[in-house]
Ligand binder design. Structure first.
Ligand code: SF4
Ligand code: SF4
Ligand code: SF4
Length: 320
């Protein structure tokens, strides 16, 4: 497997080597490779968009790209998702000017509410405001459209005179990196500037979120603080929530969590709040989010998603 991949090639270049099928439970279930998948409109919403196939394909063909192309041809309405995320009903923004802005995304505050409050408290005296809002990725994955969210975010960043976004969510980071004209910084880079990162001495069994499949800029930004990190879940392609595929492929999605449990590691570290929340919901023990540890908070991911999102919608709403 190569670590450097810069292009995604059309499925017609497939040489029928089966590597993708062998590494993907979804392709295996339907006994297809990526070329076959590209002709299956009916399976557009069964792919987890995790791109494990791209990582192993000798011709650099991407299941994520194929699925998004199929979805663009035949978009499903996902009305509830649109109602929830566009605009995000639990958004919390202000007009306060903020050269650097802590952009939490939508899921991080709902799964890690105490960590969210602590990060806000750390940044507030430094004049760094926060935004709780959706980056647009979930809706993009249904229709490949981003224009409405892009306009909304650009207007917000312009009003607040933002020059740099600080990000804690790997989905937001990788989704926005080539879509907004603003410098991005990981929360661990900001913590580094402030001397807040701390070393995690124990063996840390890391689940890498799928946006960091090929390159890992977020992991790179804190890895020196994890001298005993272990890549214990390399055969688990996704936490199960990727690509909105769970409703069509429930047993595969649940199987990913079972694979994590089967490893019987003493802990499961991750740096994706959505992964951590999904693991918690599925009964995986001792989940630790890196931002929580670095912020000095002892927090298990919460399963009270709506209550947390609602309370943070109004948190420091009247900030000056
Ligand atoms: S993106 Fe993931 S789920 Fe989709 S085909 Fe590739 S490996 Fe399978
Ligand atoms: S790994 Fe690539 S080349 Fe091999 S079967 Fe799959 S799509 Fe074709
Ligand atoms: S929640 Fe994490 S593993 Fe699941 S799809 Fe998102 S990034 Fe991938």
């Amino acid at each position: 497997m190569r670590s450097q991949k810069n292009t995604k090639n059309p499925p017609e270049l497939c040489i029928d080597c089966s590597a993708c099928t062998k590494h993907c439970e979804f392709l295996e279930k339907y006994d297809i490779n990526l070329l076959d998948f590209s002709k299956r409109d009916d399976l557009a919403y069964n792919c987890f968009l995790c791109d494990k196939c791209y990582a192993v394909c000798p011709k650099d063909i991407s299941g994520n790209e194929i699925a998004l192309n199929l979805r663009a041809k035949n978009p499903k309405p996902f009305k509830y998702l649109k109602f929830l995320k566009s605009p995000y009903i639990y958004a919390n923004n202000s007009l306060k000017k903020s050269r650097e802005l802590m952009f939490f995304g939508c899921n991080f505050p709902a799964f890690l509410p105490r960590t969210t409050r602590k990060i806000i408290e750390i940044f507030e005296p430094l004049g760094i405001d926060f935004s709780i809002d959706c980056c647009g990725k979930p809706l993009f994955e249904t229709t490949t459209k981003f224009e409405d969210t892009k306009d909304h975010l650009n207007k917000l960043f312009e009003q607040k005179e933002v020059e740099t976004l600080i990000l804690a969510c790997p989905n937001c980071y990788h989704f926005l990196k080539d879509k907004v004209d603003i410098k991005l910084k990981t929360i661990y880079e900001k913590f580094e500037e402030l001397g807040l990162n701390r070393t995690i001495e124990e063996e840390a069994h890391m689940f890498y979120p799928c946006p960091e499949r090929i390159e890992k800029p977020i992991f790179e930004s804190f890895k020196k603080y994890l001298p005993n990190v272990k890549n214990s879940f390399k055969n688990v392609n996704c936490c199960g929530l990727g690509g909105l595929a769970k409703s069509n492929e429930k047993s595969i999605a649940n199987g990913y969590c079972q694979m994590i449990k089967d490893e019987q590691t003493p802990n499961v570290y991750t740096y994706c709040a959505t992964c951590s929340g999904n693991f918690q919901r599925n009964g995986i023990k001792n989940i630790k989010h890196i931002a929580t540890v670095m912020a000095g908070v002892n927090e298990t991911p919460s399963t009270n998603y709506v209550a947390n999102a609602l309370s943070l919608k109004f948190y420091k709403r009247g900030r000056k």
